[in-house]
Design a protein around this ligand. Structure first.
Ligand SMILES: C[S@@+](CC[C@H](N)C(=O)[O-])C[C@H]1O[C@@H](n2cnc3c(N)ncnc32)[C@H](O)[C@@H]1O
Length: 249
């Protein structure tokens, strides 16, 4: 089934995935729980804080409902969060303005439960600017970022190699690029002949990604980094995206 990033069920899932409390994201003691939502853990674990936050700028491509953008605002004076989905960006705006939202998470069938989600009060939400945009056709004026994050988006692009090629123009020399992907290739998003690795005769996605990036970026870290998305009270998606951290040459 194709994921429709404008659908309400997916919006509620992502709001819970990004902002939900541990007990709401994974109520079972025997289930995997990693302490904080994936977007927050990625920023905490992989993004290098700049010496002077005020002048530092970050870009979050495919930010969805915005958690990683808010986490970046702990360290960067200006954060731009961009996503293709208007519904996700509307929710991100609400989180920016109100700092919290009441969402309805699916229990089973048509039974839902209300849950309150919020942005931590120690985050300066005004540092974040959200906008609808396409990673494959970004507006002018996006360059010289100290860090660019692109989490779990590459396998949603129609031409991933072209998307990767554009990243060098966004990060300033010496800046950081943090990518993650579970490489869940689907023909509905990416024609099969463009899946990373396909054109090299079935090599790994990471090998194709590295050979496209290495002229402009040096690889610093490569880590398996798990996450869980709750679909309903008895169904959870366990995923192990590969996070790679790069330094712009
Ligand atoms: C699997 S979700 C990941 C969201 C978020 N980064 C995370 O890790 O939770 C993929 C996101 O990429 C967005 N997306 C897909 N194609 C895009 C494009 N061409 N430009 C910008 N965002 C895109 C979707 O709307 C969705 O929010």
């Amino acid at each position: 089934m194709v994921q429709d990033y404008e659908s309400d069920d997916l919006l509620q899932q992502y709001l819970l995935f990004h902002y939900g409390k541990a007990k709401d994201r994974m109520p079972y003691g025997f289930g995997p729980e990693f302490g904080a939502p994936f977007p927050a853990r990625v920023v905490r674990e992989f993004v290098e804080a700049p010496p002077h936050a005020a002048a530092a700028r970050a870009l979050d491509l495919g930010c969805a409902v915005g958690r990683s953008s808010f986490e970046l605002a702990r360290h960067f004076g200006e954060v731009v969060g961009i996503d293709y989905s208007a519904a996700f960006i509307r929710a991100a705006h609400t989180m920016r303005e109100a700092g919290e939202m009441r969402i309805r998470v699916k229990e089973e069938g048509r039974r839902y439960r209300d849950v309150c989600v919020s942005v931590h009060s120690d985050i300066l939400r005004s540092r974040v600017h959200f906008e609808v945009g396409d990673a494959m056709a970004l507006r002018d004026g996006l360059s010289d970022f100290d860090v660019v994050l692109m989490l779990n988006v590459i396998d949603r692009l129609h031409t991933p190699l072209l998307g990767l090629e554009r990243l060098a123009g966004l990060v300033k020399p010496g800046g950081q690029l943090v990518l993650s992907s579970p490489y869940t290739w689907m023909a509905e998003f990416t024609p099969v002949e463009r899946w990373l690795g396909h054109e090299t005769g079935g090599g790994s996605s990471f090998d194709a990604l590295q050979s496209r990036l290495e002229a402009d970026f040096a690889l610093k870290r490569r880590v398996d980094f798990p996450m869980v998305i709750r679909e309903h009270s008895r169904k959870y998606q366990y995923c192990v995206p590969e996070v790679s951290v790069w330094r712009r040459r």
